[in-house]
Design a protein around this ligand. Structure first.
Ligand SMILES: Cc1cc2nc3c(=O)[nH]c(=O)nc-3n(C[C@H](O)[C@H](O)[C@H](O)COP(=O)(O)OP(=O)(O)OC[C@H]3O[C@@H](n4cnc5c(N)ncnc54)[C@H](O)[C@@H]3O)c2cc1C
Length: 459
């Protein structure tokens, strides 16, 4: 087991970095520093920087069903509970859904319908009337809708959860270094691979868990921030979400930064009250939405699709930086159309309203949707990478840090599915093979061009 007095540097104060800090401090580590480029948490660069995320346990793979079930128990504790809303979860496909969407829905349902915890909590919805009987606020035609309601699910207020766990960790003694200068990591620092420089706590084992050593650059001894300061540590944990490959380029061989659209409708107080308590609703061929946020009265929607990448000349996709600014308050037309269709089917009174706070939200995607929680090969277990959330990592926030402790305790990643991968899938487009994604993948650069053409056409 790694020593509890080791200095630990966590890069990134998003969902997984904070969960790791929480579990580490609770387990007795006491020298933990989180370095985060945003001025405050939640960070605008985090995939979880918005109102809410779905919390549900339906998975095609029972392994994740059990993990999500455990995480849901975590969401019900006093620490996480204020951010969890068990509104239930409606999953549907329209009468026009392609077979892939229907197949995914059926597989997700079968993953929980025979599960002892979920079985009594599921209600099949076999047509528009069933949906309306269940949720009286659905007033649209719900054309050909079929699906089910699962009571043990809902959503978590993601921005509030990040803020709450940040404050909790800071109160417990985790140090935070924040801001574009002091907190933005620009480089990982490596010592001489052959020397025993630094604390040997993490160097004692030679059983590298990655399939092949030598990919790192020797022992990682910390990180440099934009203000030029070196932060030395016995163990460095890289939890940069979609930005991971900016510091560990070989991660970009199998992890792709991909983004999805997010949009909101600004509701009045009365409208927000009217929709209070609606289930989180996921229409597999269109998109999903949540109960409105009572504070801001924003109603959040996300279209479902294959997302967009930003691939550089080296074949690695990273979120756009200063060179290619992401389009502001904009989502692609095809996504807007899907969301308007989703509203026409469910809440037609909202269907033509302006979308506000539109954005593209970046996450770290892998071909098999498996996470990567492992030591970076060739770094003598001095560098851990947490990546590959694949768009389903927020719900795991209450539990996630436990799995990092398991890695440190076992000195290797025993679950092959979460190991570092030596595959190089750059240039290969696997996004459409992911069972629940429908559509044609595109590059974000094309969206920027389309947006500027649209603006020029209007002038
Ligand atoms: C549109 C969308 C919808 C989603 N919906 C769901 C859902 O319904 N349910 C669900 O479970 N999950 C969902 N997810 C996925 C979820 O948001 C992610 O799995 C989760 O946020 C991953 O956490 P993370 O800590 O790995 O990354 P992040 O939360 O992105 O955190 C990374 C952190 O690193 C920081 N950082 C980046 N670069 C640097 C640097 N150089 N120096 C210092 N700090 C840096 C960032 O500011 C950020 O705070 C969704 C994601 C998107 C994009």
């Amino acid at each position: 087991m790694a020593r509890k007095n080791s200095s630990v540097l966590i890069l990134g104060g998003g969902a997984w970095g904070l969960s790791t800090a929480l579990h580490m401090i609770n387990s007795g580590y006491h020298d933990i520093t989180v370095v985060e480029r945003a001025e405050q948490i939640p960070s605008q660069y985090s995939a979880a920087w918005d109102l809410n995320k779905i919390v549900r346990a339906e998975y095609e793979d029972p392994f994740y069903t059990e993990l999500a079930l455990d995480a849901i128990e975590g969401w019900k504790t006093p620490l996480f509970g204020p951010y969890y809303h068990q509104t239930g979860y409606v999953v549907a496909a329209t009468g026009r859904a392609p077979p892939k969407a229907i197949h995914h829905l059926e597989k997700a349902l079968s993953s929980i319908s025979s599960h002892p915890t979920f079985a009594p909590e599921i209600r099949q919805l076999n047509g528009p009337e069933d949906f309306k009987n269940h949720t009286w606020q659905y007033t649209g035609p719900l054309t050909g809708f079929k699906g089910y309601f699962n009571r043990i699910a809902g959503y978590a207020h993601s921005a509030d959860a990040l803020r709450g766990i940040w404050e909790h960790c800071a109160n417990k003694g985790v140090k935070f270094i924040l801001g574009e200068s002091a907190g933005k990591v620009v480089e990982l620092l490596y010592g001489d691979e052959t020397s025993d420089a630094g604390n040997a706590a993490f160097a004692s084992s030679s059983t590298g868990s990655g399939p092949q050593a030598g990919q790192g650059q020797g022992r990682c001894i910390g990180a440099k921030t934009a203000d030029g300061r070196d932060h030395l540590a016995d163990l460095t944990i890289c939890a940069l979400g979609a930005h991971g490959a900016s510091l560990i380029p070989s991660l970009g061989n199998f992890v792709v930064a991909r983004c999805w659209s997010v949009a909101h409708v600004q509701l009045t107080e009365a409208e927000s009250d009217y929709l209070r308590g609606i289930p989180t609703t996921n229409v597999r061929d269109l998109g999903f939405f949540f109960e409105p946020d009572p504070k801001t009265r924003l109603f959040k929607l996300c279209p479902l699709g294959t997302g967009y990448t930003n691939t550089g000349k080296d074949g690695i996709s990273l979120p756009p930086g200063e060179v290619l600014p992401p389009p502001q308050d904009y989502i692609p037309l095809e996504d807007e159309q899907k969301l308007r269709q989703l509203l026409r089917e469910t809440f037609p009174w909202m269907a033509e309203r302006a979308f506000v706070e539109q954005k593209l939200c970046w996450f770290a995607d892998t071909a098999d949707s498996e996470y990567c929680i492992d030591f970076v090969p060739g770094t003598k277990q001095s560098l851990v990478v947490l990546s590959g959330d694949s768009g389903h990592g927020f719900k795991m926030m209450p539990s996630f840090g436990k799995w990092v402790l398991d890695l440190l305790g076992n000195k290797e990643q025993r679950l092959s599915r979460w190991q570092w991968r030596n595959t190089d899938s750059r240039g290969k487009d696997w996004s459409t093979s992911v069972s629940w994604r429908i559509g044609t993948p595109r590059e974000v650069g094309d969206l920027v061009k389309a947006k500027s053409m649209m603006i020029k056409a209007r002038l």
